[in-house]
Design a protein around this ligand. Structure first.
Ligand SMILES: Cc1cc2nc3c(=O)[nH]c(=O)nc-3n(C[C@H](O)[C@H](O)[C@H](O)COP(=O)(O)O)c2cc1C
Length: 188
């Protein structure tokens, strides 16, 4: 799903929102049973209502390499399955990113982990994606949001509350400086 700027979406404008108009977001949905996709859709919708230039949801089957090269900020919404693993449908993408090692040093990101504290490996899949993004040069902004399905039946509500607190941290963080040297300047 791709979202573009909605001119009627400014009803929740807040401090710093003008900066959003300069930013292209990708919102990754690494999901198995749909919760992370729901969260990603709601996050993208909120970003557009805030005035983001674009917010693209990357879900199963859509390899994010090119999209990540073309966006400024990633919000990674990642569920955990198995024993702290990424969801089955995301595993191929995850392995391809490890193998391909794209340079993501232009990218800032926020992390939303969906898990369940009754598992020993709470949000293990999200932490794996966190480590991968950092290995590829991306810079995480702020603390992750970790949502415990054993307590929280409405993950989108928790994620949107986190997003509201996270955006001001994003304003304060300077953009990554590696885009030009990574040869990605002309791809926007
Ligand atoms: C078979 C199975 C294994 C799971 N393993 C973990 C786990 O290792 N760690 C964790 O934090 N949550 C685990 N969970 C909980 C899910 O991450 C949680 O329900 C999440 O909301 C699912 O998101 P999704 O609908 O996007 O796949 C597991 C759930 C299932 C059904």
């Amino acid at each position: 799903m791709a979202c573009s700027t909605d001119p009627d979406g400014g009803d929740e404008a807040g401090a710093g929102d003008e900066a959003l108009g300069e930013l292209r977001f990708a919102v990754l949905a690494a999901t198995q049973s749909g919760n992370a996709l729901l969260v990603a859709d709601m996050v993208a919708e909120r970003l557009i209502r805030r005035g983001a230039k674009a917010a693209y949801v990357l879900d199963e089957g859509r390899y994010p390499g090119g999209d990540l090269a073309d966006c400024d900020v990633l919000v990674a919404c990642v569920a955990s399955h198995g024993e702290g693993d990424v969801p089955d449908g995301f595993r191929e993408v995850y392995q391809a990113l490890i193998a391909g090692r794209p340079d993501l040093s232009h990218l800032r990101y926020g992390l939303v982990g969906l898990g369940d504290r009754t598992y020993a490996t709470f949000c293990g899949g999200a932490w794996k994606v966190d480590a991968l993004l950092q290995m590829l040069g991306a810079r995480r902004i702020g603390e992750p949001c970790t949502i415990d399905a054993s307590l929280q039946p409405f993950p989108d509500e928790e994620a949107l509350a986190w997003l509201e607190a996270w955006l001001p941290e994003l304003w304060r963080a300077p953009p990554q400086e590696m885009r030009a040297s990574a040869g990605l300047t002309g791809r926007r």
